[in-house]
Design a binder for this molecule. Sequence first.
Ligand code: NAP
Length: 349
Amino acid sequence: MVDVGIIGATGMVGQNFIRLLDQHPDFEITTLLASEKSAGKRYEDATTWLLDSEMPESVKDIKVVESNPDKVDKNVEILFSSIPSDFAAKIDPDFAKEFVVASNASAMRMKPHIPLCIPEVNPETLDMIDDQQKAYDWDGFLVTNPNCSTIALTLTLKPLVDNFNINRIYVSTMQALSGAGYNGVPSMGILDNVIPYIGQEEEKMESESLYLLGDYENGVVKDAPFNLSASCHRVAVINGHTEAVFIELDKEEDIDDIKSKMANFQALPQELGLPSAPEYPVIVKDEVDRPQPRLDRDACNGMGVTVGRVRKDQAFPNSFKYVLVGHNTIRGAAGASILNAELINERIL
Ligand code: NAP
């Protein structure tokens, strides 16, 4: 077993790490870290547990420690990080001097030599790690996963990019409240309401998607050669981001062929049989009223992205559209980091 720790263990994403890592076949949680406010307390006392499954017995008595590398047992090999981005900018690199860090925060994404990785989409970027260790003089290393709405989108786009020529993409999101963390959106602001702005979300979706779907050569990523425009909105759903996607191709393609390419998509995690990898990461539904967050967010234990309403766009030539739902704190956060760590464990450690 590989000993692992969680930085930000008391938070929304941290709790999902704990749930997903409980009974993991290769990883065992031995260390839990959070802010000074929680340090020194038993995990159960430090945490307002928000998930609908019980807090695992195995973590209740672990004493939460400050997010400082000196507080971490040297047997720990991998640290999952889920803390606010401004703190992550300092804390994640500090830990990467000694440990493998799989981070959810945006702070270090797309920095030179730091992979921004989805194992089904761009696993080759893990090759940056040698250069990273030399460039930063770290014994450990840092791998990041994308923003939650970007992960769901790019998983559905990867089989399309591999098989068709895309001219442009528009995406409009309806994002769940948990994406902003427990204290993120006041209830009086969101009930009976939609908020048409999520800070930096559109910029992240636009830049990260083109990076993820781009070409990797000699340590550098060249962005995918099409335009992608995002409009992001917060809605009163607890978990599960919904996205309406509009795509123009260079020529007319058969809708059934498009659906089949998505539904049959498999990649390296499936080939390697990584423990958290769904057999098919994109599930295509034919019912006219799917996907819906309440019904589809937990597909494949939250690691699958459900697509529906794949249809020709009658308004524009060579165009089609669809709707997707992905679980933002599982496939979009904790599960994404865990899948990265499983690939690292298989290929690098
Ligand atoms: P959250 O619920 O607010 O939790 C924040 C966590 O960070 C808590 O454990 C908190 O510990 C800890 N923390 C706060 N300040 C700290 C500091 N100065 N030093 C060390 N730890 C500190 O937030 P979240 O939703 O879990 O998000 C965490 C990160 O993941 C963010 O960067 C977010 O952007 C990213 N992310 C979130 C999602 C999502 O769907 N929620 C998706 C993708 C990425 P205390 O309890 O001790 O304060």
